[in-house]
Design a protein around this ligand. Structure first.
Ligand SMILES: C[S@@+](CC[C@H](N)C(=O)[O-])C[C@H]1O[C@@H](n2cnc3c(N)ncnc32)[C@H](O)[C@@H]1O
Length: 226
């Protein structure tokens, strides 16, 4: 489902994990919404409610399969990692990278590295490995409240994720990437379109309605970038 730019909120709203009460939604309604996903995450033992966005993506696309090798860029505090480890199963391999350490214990078989996706060093790239079936990015910048700055930062992170995806995905592999809608959104979406057989734009229900974030999905990496 594609949403327009209407009803944009402040910086914290764009990064749900950092969010404070700051938007134009009636307070009661907002609290109800937040409580629902936060409570659900707590009950189901996920460290962040962002897991429900990936669940919606997975229901829609079935991107992650048993035995898959999956790279999770911007993996902290660890909700996506836990969910993906479950989907990929014992024969799968899950690797995460973030600037920050995780706040949860991860299942054996999941590898996590601390590093900067904007300037990954050789060691990090070697440790992460190659031949991934899926590369996911839920990378989000520290927001400033300035819409242009924040969307530009999000675009840079998305570009960095796409560059890595082209390096490490197997032909036919898939890419899921969060980006804040802004000036560069269409250009980024079009770039993904040229590199993959199929292309989707998805706004999860569990994503805050006023949030700028949206997910670009590329399915079936082409052998060569167009
Ligand atoms: C919305 S959170 C990801 C939540 C995660 N998907 C989960 O379910 O727990 C975004 C993450 O991107 C990370 N991040 C932002 N810039 C980064 C960078 N340059 N390199 C690595 N990680 C970065 C942040 O540290 C933050 O943990």
């Amino acid at each position: 489902m594609f949403f327009s730019d209407a009803g944009l909120l402040g910086a914290e709203a764009e990064n749900p994990e950092l969010r404070i009460e700051q938007n134009h939604m009636p307070m009661k309604k907002q609290n109800r919404w937040e409580d629902h996903y936060s409570r659900k995450a707590k009950k189901e033992k996920f460290p962040a409610r962002s897991v429900y966005k990936l669940q919606e993506i997975q229901r829609k696309t079935h991107l992650i399969r048993k035995g898959d090798k999956v790279l999770d860029l911007g993996c902290a505090p660890g909700s996506w990692l836990l969910y993906v480890a479950e989907l990929a199963g014992k024969k799968g391999e899950v690797v995460g990278v973030d600037l920050k350490p995780l706040s949860v214990n991860i299942p054996s078989g999941v590898r996590v590295y601390t590093g900067d996706i904007l300037s990954p060093d050789e060691d990090l790239l070697l440790s992460m490995g190659k031949d991934f079936n899926v590369v996911m990015s839920d990378l989000a910048p520290v927001t400033t409240g300035n819409r242009h700055v924040d969307t530009a930062r999000s675009f840079n992170l998305a570009q960095a994720a796409l560059t890595i995806a082209h390096e490490v995905l197997v032909p036919g592999g898939s890419f899921v990437c969060k980006i804040f809608q802004g000036e560069d959104f269409k250009a980024f979406s079009d770039t993904v379109k040229t590199g993959f057989k199929k292309h989707k734009i998805f706004k999860p229900q569990s994503s805050r309605k006023g949030s700028r974030e949206i997910y670009i999905i590329g399915i079936g990496k082409l052998k060569r970038e167009a």
